[in-house]
Write a protein that binds this ligand. Structure first.
Ligand code: SAM
Length: 325
């Protein structure tokens, strides 16, 4: 029975697809009542043409023109009653409208969108008023740089959902996790290679400073691949979805107070700045000398002959904490 269900032919599979069909119909009815009309490929090109926006690489402007993709991201955001969704880089609004639809489906959820391009930010409220008139009051659009926003600008969002601008995706995500303690979870679309780095653990070829820093805040996991053909203009890379859930930061070594985030990140940067060297050598500058680095590593219970790429974020935190022992 289990095998048949997995192969998609058994009664369980049929039940699953019936449930999915019924759910899609319910969602359609909710959308129709809420009056959220998603954008299609032509709508997006028409709006861009009308407001004179020519997508730029500098701002990572690749707009999603496929409704299935924005629906998928909105579903993965898992919007709940009471959520304040933060969207970074709403662009022309294709994901914004899908998120708004999810917010309506979840009851009283709201949305705040942060867009750096003033022309796009000025147009978005008009697009929402046109495509989702009943729910336009749930959305705030800010013209701002997501690298610099904090609670003063966006309040206390609980969930991040974004097709992030590719050239700044990691710094934006790290800034938001640092500046917004309320942000408990999220789903982001990023360049495939960056997604792999975000989700990598120690021992992986692509594990690096971004992986360890993100792991300080949250657990990240891959949530699927997105082909480049869903974008306009078509980028020359594929994309992936990454889901994350915030967790408590790692503790210090026993007998040491937990190190601050800044201190832990300084160790991570030093270790990966010279990733081919042993930690004893790579951390010499940070510690003051190689023997001192060796002493601190031993205090933290870490092999001085190991390399940064084999350490968990908890181990980096213990090394940073050893300095205050
Ligand atoms: N969400 C839209 C979609 O999926 O079609 C657009 C995504 S596009 C990949 C990235 C968007 O982020 C663009 O609208 C761009 O103008 C905006 N952007 C770029 N850098 C930004 C920054 N530092 N802060 C806020 N928005 C930014």
């Amino acid at each position: 029975m289990r095998d048949r269900a997995r192969s998609g032919t058994g009664p369980n599979a049929q039940l699953g697809s019936s449930v999915r069909r019924i759910w899609a119909r319910i969602r359609g009815v909710v959308s129709a009542v809420a009056g959220v009309r998603l954008l299609g490929a032509r709508d997006i090109r028409d709006i861009a043409g009308r407001i004179g926006v020519r997508p730029t690489k500098k701002l990572g402007q690749n707009f999603v023109i496929e409704q299935g993709t924005v629906r998928q991201i909105a579903a993965l955001a898992g919007v709940r009653p009471g959520d304040l969704i933060l969207e970074v880089g709403p662009g022309i609004g294709s994901l914004t409208l899908a998120l708004l639809d999810a917010a309506v489906g979840a009851g009283d959820a709201r949305l705040v969108a942060v867009e750096i391009d003033p022309v796009l930010a000025a147009e978005l409220p008009k697009t929402i008023a046109d495509r989702a008139p009943e729910s336009a009051g749930r959305v705030d659009v800010l013209t701002a740089d997501a690298l610099a926003v904090g609670e003063a600008e966006v309040g206390a969002p609980t969930v991040l959902a974004a097709n992030l601008p590719y050239n700044v995706s990691v710094p934006v995500l790290l800034n938001l996790l640092a500046a917004l303690p309320s942000l408990a979870r999220g789903i982001v679309m990023v360049q495939a290679e960056v997604a792999d780095r975000m989700c990598a653990g120690p021992g992986s070829r692509v594990y690096g400073a971004p992986s360890a820093k993100l792991a300080w805040y949250a657990s990240a996991r891959s949530a699927g691949t997105v082909p480049r053909t869903v974008f306009w203009p078509v980028p020359n890379v594929d994309s992936k979805l990454v889901q994350f859930t915030r967790h408590d930061p790692p503790a210090g070594a026993s007998g040491a107070a937990a190190a601050s985030r800044e201190d832990v990140f300084a160790v991570i940067e030093a270790a990966f700045g010279q990733r081919r060297k042993t930690l004893r050598a790579a951390l010499a500058g940070w510690a003051g000398s190689a023997p001192e680095a060796e002493r601190l590593l031993r205090l933290a219970g870490v092999d001085p002959g190991a390399r940064g790429e084999s350490l968990t974020v908890a181990q980096f935190a213990r090394v940073a904490a050893a300095r205050s022992m």
